[in-house]
Design a protein around this ligand. Structure first.
Ligand code: ADP
Ligand code: MG
Length: 474
């Protein structure tokens, strides 16, 4: 679908002028990140990378993605309560993947002790690309669902205004008026606030668990400030702080520096590099506590790629969401082909197929954060090497999604202004709160569009590959 501003994409003077306006507008609007050179400093910042133009997104697919979000919330929540499913699904993975195995050990340990946590808060982001069929029609295909530390719900709320201004500068005032308002941070804060309220202690705080280096702090501050606006206290701590100064009382209430913690919101803890022995101990302490963890360890495991792959097996969704055939249909309609590499005939067959045709697949390990997947020739080589070893079960295979590229400019500090062929990935934020067995909140909270140049097969905004964008619905 051609963009209504295609006439100006190659107009160098117009583009230069619009880019200058866009960068200043982004800085004014708070589309900010700390810099790679001075990551701990908030007095040296720059704009977070973003596209010059909004990107065209088919309205029907956008609406489809929103319409299935409550179903995905329900599904993740159901998986997180299904010990048998998690045990069976991850059995082969945890034999070969140490990180998943360590998460799983904590999961089993807290179940054995008995859960002190009675209120559950889930914040996730389901990501999609638009697969272009042979006849040119696009289909919504889920890439993955992120159940921990799903980011950019804050910064993305500020890009629509920037893109609106760009379109006006380019004489596209009518088009500018069609850009949708979007504020995921508000929706995420609503969920956190609800969980805090149900926890039931006025004095208790919300703890953001953050990384040592926090380049994306402004994105987090958007959520944080929404909570302060509701008069909920927020503290920011690292695993190390929890290890040194966190404690549980007799009823497993969590205390940090003498303050009771109602909700722990993880913006950390999703990759092996986030953990040393002390951090694992801190994680266990948090999981054992009564505090509402977002996510709890079970929900983090529900977001693994192995779980995603098992969900695509015939009959699996029906088992997990009994009595909800419409939800099952909506969810399944977004699935791409997903394949197990477990030992046995099924795995042997798909491994051979992928080695013969590596351009049609993506090889994914159980990792988050971008830059871990394998494509093309590299996929072929790695799979060839591990195809007869148990190591292959630490991966899954997925059909490669092939979106239709479009021209855009990726605005990055200190980078030249040049046109690129780009593809986009749409994320929908979901938030839900459960008290005991009752789902008291279940919503889609907003969207995120990220766009990257086609020469990069993999990687998100934090990984320095994709940039923030705004959907323009057609
Ligand atoms: P991560 O947890 O590292 O974010 P993803 O599954 O989201 O892992 O993959 C990272 C990136 O790789 C995605 O943002 C997307 O650009 C690309 N990607 C992932 N799966 C596919 C696929 N099936 N087809 C095409 N590109 C993909
Ligand atoms: Mg991803």
């Amino acid at each position: 679908m051609a963009a209504p501003w295609r006439d100006v994409v190659r107009d160098a003077a117009a583009v230069r002028e619009a880019a200058a306006v866009a960068v200043d507008a982004a800085l004014l609007a708070g589309v900010l990140m700390r810099t790679g050179e001075q990551p701990p400093a908030s007095d040296v910042v720059n704009y977070a990378p973003f596209t010059l133009f909004p990107s065209v997104v088919p309205r029907a697919l956008f609406e489809q993605a929103y319409a299935v979000q409550q179903d995905f919330n329900m599904l993740v929540d159901a998986i997180s309560q299904n010990k048998e499913f998690l045990e069976q699904t991850l059995a082969s993975t945890i034999k070969v993947d140490d990180f998943t195995a360590q998460l799983f050990r904590i999961y089993m340990q807290v179940l054995e002790e008995g859960l002190a946590q009675t209120v559950v808060l889930g914040i996730n982001r389901s990501d999609y690309m638009f697969d272009c069929g042979l006849d040119g029609t696009a289909a919504l295909r889920q890439i993955e669902i992120n159940t921990i530390a799903a980011s950019f719900g804050g910064l993305t709320s500020r890009t629509a205004d920037v893109h609106g201004l760009v379109l006006k500068v380019l004489g596209k005032t009518e088009e500018a008026s069609h850009l949708l308002p979007n504020n995921p941070a508000k929706g995420l804060a609503l969920g956190i606030a609800k969980a805090w309220e149900l926890y039931g202690s006025q004095r208790a705080v919300v703890m953001f668990l953050v990384e040592d280096v926090q380049r994306n702090i402004f994105d987090q501050r958007c959520v944080e400030n929404e909570l302060w606006n509701r008069n909920i206290r927020v503290i920011r701590k690292r695993f190390r702080d929890v290890f040194e100064r966190g404690s549980l009382d007799a009823s497993r209430r969590l205390y940090m520096d003498g303050q009771e913690v109602a909700v722990v919101y993880y913006r950390e803890g999703y990759v092996p590099q986030n953990y040393d022995q002390q951090n694992w101990e801190a994680r266990l302490l948090l999981e054992r506590s009564r505090a509402v963890k977002c996510p709890n360890i079970a929900t983090q495991l529900a977001g693994t790629k192995k779980v995603q792959q098992e969900l695509s097996r015939p009959g699996m969704l029906e088992k997990l969401l009994p009595g909800r055939p419409e939800a099952v249909t909506r969810i399944r309609a977004t699935f791409a082909g997903l394949y197990s590499l477990d030992e046995g005939e099924e795995g042997d067959r798909i491994a051979a197929t992928a080695i013969a045709d590596p351009e049609s697949f993506v090889l994914k390990p159980q990792r988050e954060g971008g830059g871990n997947n394998l494509y093309g020739e590299e996929l072929r080589q790695v799979l060839e090497k591990i195809k007869d070893s148990p190591e292959r079960t630490s991966y899954i295979l997925m059909d490669k999604i092939k979106p239709q590229p479009a021209l855009n400019y990726l605005l990055r500090a200190h980078s030249p202004l040049q046109v690129s062929e780009c593809v986009s990935e749409l994320g929908i934020f979901g938030v839900y709160v459960r008290q005991g067995q009752e789902l008291v909140l279940n919503q889609a909270a907003g969207h995120l569009l990220r766009t990257k140049a086609i020469e990069h097969a993999d990687g998100g905004v934090a990984a320095g590959v994709a940039v923030l964008d705004t959907p323009y619905l057609v």
